[in-house]
Design a protein around this ligand. Structure first.
Ligand code: PLP
Length: 402
């Protein structure tokens, strides 16, 4: 189900070895089919028309919300559609404007740093606390985490990354959540780099907030999910307009209840439907098989000789081996000779797609390398041929930089 033939961008560009799935994964044919079907056979505004194909749109949208909620094992009415993880984190930041302190990790993506800075929270003024990462394991330092959480006033927010987009290291968010709740803080986890690779089960209300994006899990761009353990009716709306209201006069407004309060305006209906299909596909394939396929691609990279290249790996123990806490989909390195951006620029002239720079995680990458990194990110659709192309192109590029 996740073979290359199901991903049109890849079959339409057979010469490209695509190793940038952590930036955005390719869209599955079935996702595209469902979105196309919406546009050609039942395009209509959801929850607004009585005619038959408008009902079809209502049903497809509701099914999508159900499929997305099932991915993290929560109820459909606990998931609001957003434009992606960035929007979700911005909303959560707004809802926590008055939280005494916000605690993040050193490995956050900018989407979980900048909204807090914009509120005037800084490490310097102590309204933003940063849990350091253990440089050896790539996990947060749990001892420091406990100290910081204990020092912060209750009802602070612990907002952390689930899987690092730099190292691919899975963070012990379950442990951190228990710690946070012990100190009466609430918890938000950014699962943007997790949902495509690992089963998340939030059925026990382990955390209060979660966010992720469809485009990192074979779905369309511009759509994502925000989970809350709280009743959405009680949360301040972040957008105002039509559709999300029960009644409006020139003097007052009555908002709709639950998730609908937060989804005014004509939604990204095709995106929502595609998101639902992507969630269904992952469930259908199963995380065990996905992990097996990702591990196989990783093994193929080893077989192609990637470990023989002069690269310094930014993974646990400085080796790209399969560690228990490493989601086998993200590997970053610094070339021993030359600059990472030269490597990426030269690779761009071949047919190998990778990512370079600071990966929207400037503070973390700066702590790991003073030159940025090159990131290889894999997906089940990568083939042995892709791996051979990557390793031979990389080898050629590195010898040019010697
Ligand atoms: N968080 C992490 C860990 C990410 O990797 C990304 C995207 O790369 C984001 C947040 C932002 O996601 P989006 O661009 O879909 O809003």
């Amino acid at each position: 189900m996740f073979d290359k033939q199901y991903f049109p961008t890849l079959s339409n560009n057979p010469e490209v070895a695509y190793f940038d799935s952590a930036a955005t994964s390719q869209t599955h044919q079935y996702v595209l089919d469902a979105m196309h079907k919406y546009y050609i056979s039942h395009r209509s505004s959801p929850a607004r028309g009585e005619y038959p194909f408008a009902e079809q749109t209502d049903i497809a949208s509701a099914q999508a919300r159900y499929a997305v909620s099932q991915l993290i094992n929560v109820e459909a009415d606990q998931v609001v559609f957003t434009s992606g993880t960035t929007q979700g984190l911005n909303w959560i930041a707004e809802w926590h404007r008055n939280a005494p302190t916000v605690i993040i990790t050193e490995a956050e993506h900018h989407a979980n740093i900048v909204p807090w800075l914009q509120q005037g929270r800084t490490k310097q003024n102590g309204r933003l606390r940063v849990i350091p990462m253990d440089p050896y394991t790539g996990e947060v330092d749990l001892v420091e985490a406990e100290d910081i959480m204990a020092e912060c006033e209750p009802r602070s927010l612990v907002s952390i990354i689930g899987t690092s987009n730099v190292t691919g290291i899975r963070q012990p968010w379950e442990q951190l959540a228990k710690m946070a709740h012990y100190h009466n803080h609430s918890v938000c986890v950014d699962f943007c780099q997790t949902v495509a690779h690992e089963q998340i089960d939030l059925s026990e209300n382990q955390i209060e907030w979660a966010v992720f994006s469809a485009h990192k899990m074979y779905g369309p761009t511009g759509i994502g999910a925000l989970y809350s353990a709280f009743d959405f009716t009680e949360l301040k709306a972040m957008l105002y307009g039509g559709g999300a209201v029960e009644h409006v006069t020139f003097n007052d407004v009555a908002f709709m209840k639950g998730v609908h309060k937060h989804e005014p305006g004509t939604p990204n209906t095709a995106g929502i439907i595609g998101f639902g299909v992507a969630a269904d596909l992952i469930q259908y394939e199963g995380y065990e098989k996905i992990k097996y396929q990702e591990n196989s691609v990783c093994q193929q990279l080893y077989d192609s000789g990637i470990l023989d290249l002069p690269l310094d790996w930014i993974t646990p123990y400085r080796e790209p081996a399969q560690h228990w806490n490493h989601v086998p989909a993200i590997y970053s390195f610094v070339p021993q000779q030359g600059h990472p951006s030269d490597v990426a620029a030269l690779l761009a002239h071949t047919n190998t797609a990778v990512r370079t720079g600071k990966l929207c995680a400037h503070p973390y990458v700066d702590s790991l390398s003073n030159r940025g990194v090159v990131r290889i990110s894999i997906a089940p659709y990568n083939t042995q041929e892709d791996c051979d192309t990557l390793v031979s192109d990389l080898s050629r590029v590195l010898s040019m930089l010697e």
